[in-house]
Design a protein around this ligand. Structure first.
Ligand code: PHE
Length: 360
């Protein structure tokens, strides 16, 4: 009996003093493991007389149960303490204000490209693309621009450098988006409804001209497309783009080598009080060039002009962006001034769509 009381005192004390899980496990093994002291004692019961067993058996069992319970209690106390310590070191103040991340904005040119893509998509036009470094055949010849045409001159067009003896055809930075017309004809054949927004380059630099600017080309080819459809398409576009009920367009006879007949198109506006209003007033603003695609251009694109006809237009994106969003200086578009971008930029997660409103 004394022996059991000694064991009890010894192990309860060790359990209480075990500083961590490892120490506690060592105590468990020493007491209750296969070769643990209490386990061995229980095994000795078999060699005792019935009488001895009757008093030692229950006592040993009780001891085992008690030590076991003490081990468990100590273990969970240790775990609680560890959790407490962790909570103390890893606390989080959920009442602190958040750390704001600077959000970028969409450049007005990108916004306007998204807007006009949405509008023309609604009218059945897909987006077509072409390279910005273009062969002079695509940029000029295929568009019926004669070899002696002034726009080809080195003074107006950026020519790519060519080493002496280089026999490859001359390349230019495309001076308009019209070469994409030819590529679209070659790639998909008639009928066609595409727009081609993108960068174009000319040697020009003043308050209203920059060496790089943006155009969107429009091209519709089918068996019976007419000027009337060109006019409707452009009016519909302007109404949707400028978000006004009425627009008035003025078609002025003009000349482009790649269209016949050709027209430059102005939009009615007012500048009263320095404030531009689209659709009313007595002023006119030129926004695009257009016409019926010249038969030679269709031919260059591999389309039979006896079967197919269509219209084309080229619209200045920078110009209509300035008009719509009241941006006074063209050059600001290209200066990458962050203060300007934050002022004129658009929320980056708003995708313009006709259904949601183009420019909320
Ligand atoms: N490419 C012409 C320009 O850059 C615009 C245009 C396109 C005119 C298509 C007629 C038809 O000025």
């Amino acid at each position: 009996m004394d022996a059991i009381a000694t064991l009890r005192g010894k192990y309860l004390e060790q359990i209480g003093a075990a500083p961590d899980a490892d120490a506690l496990e060592a105590v468990r093994l020493a007491a209750l493991g296969k070769k643990g002291e209490i386990s061995l004692k229980m095994r000795e019961l078999g060699q005792m007389s019935a009488e001895e067993r009757q008093s030692a058996g229950p006592a040993l069992n009780a001891l085992k149960t008690e030590v076991d319970a003490a081990l468990k209690a100590r273990k969970s106390a240790q775990e609680d303490a560890a959790l407490d310590a962790r909570l103390k070191s890893e606390w989080l103040d959920v009442t602190l204000p958040g750390r704001p991340r600077p959000m970028g904005t969409i450049h007005p040119i990108s916004q306007v490209m998204d807007e006009l893509t949405a509008i023309f998509a609604d009218m059945g036009f897909a987006v077509a693309e072409g390279p910005q470094i273009e062969s002079d055949w695509y940029n000029f010849d295929a568009l019926n621009i004669a070899p002696e045409h002034p726009s080809r001159q080195e003074m107006d067009t950026f020519y790519m450098h060519r080493a002496e003896g280089d026999t490859r055809p001359p390349h230019v930075l495309r001076t308009h988006t019209s070469p994409v017309q030819i590529r679209a004809m070659q790639n998909q054949g008639a009928p066609i409804r595409v727009i081609a927004p993108g960068r174009v380059y000319r040697m020009d630099m003043d308050q209203t001209h920059t060496p790089m600017f943006h155009q969107v080309e429009g091209l519709a080819i089918d068996r019976d497309i007419s000027m009337a459809q060109l006019k409707w398409t452009l009016e519909e576009f302007c109404r949707a783009f400028f978000e006004v009920d009425e627009v008035e367009l003025r078609f002025r006879a003009s000349h482009f080598p790649f269209t016949e007949p050709s027209a430059e198109v102005d939009i009615r506006c007012s500048w009263e009080g320095g404030q531009l209003k689209i659709g009313e007033g007595k002023d006119w603003l030129e926004i695009l060039g257009s016409g019926m695609v010249h038969p030679k251009v269709l031919q260059a694109g591999g389309i039979d002009p006896n079967e197919w006809q269509g219209f084309a237009f080229g619209l200045g994106i920078d110009r209509i962006a300035m008009l719509k969003y009241g941006i006074p200086d063209l050059r600001a578009f290209f200066e990458s001034d962050l203060r300007w971008l934050r002022h004129y930029g658009f929320a980056s997660l708003d995708q313009p769509s006709l259904a949601a409103g183009l420019s909320r």
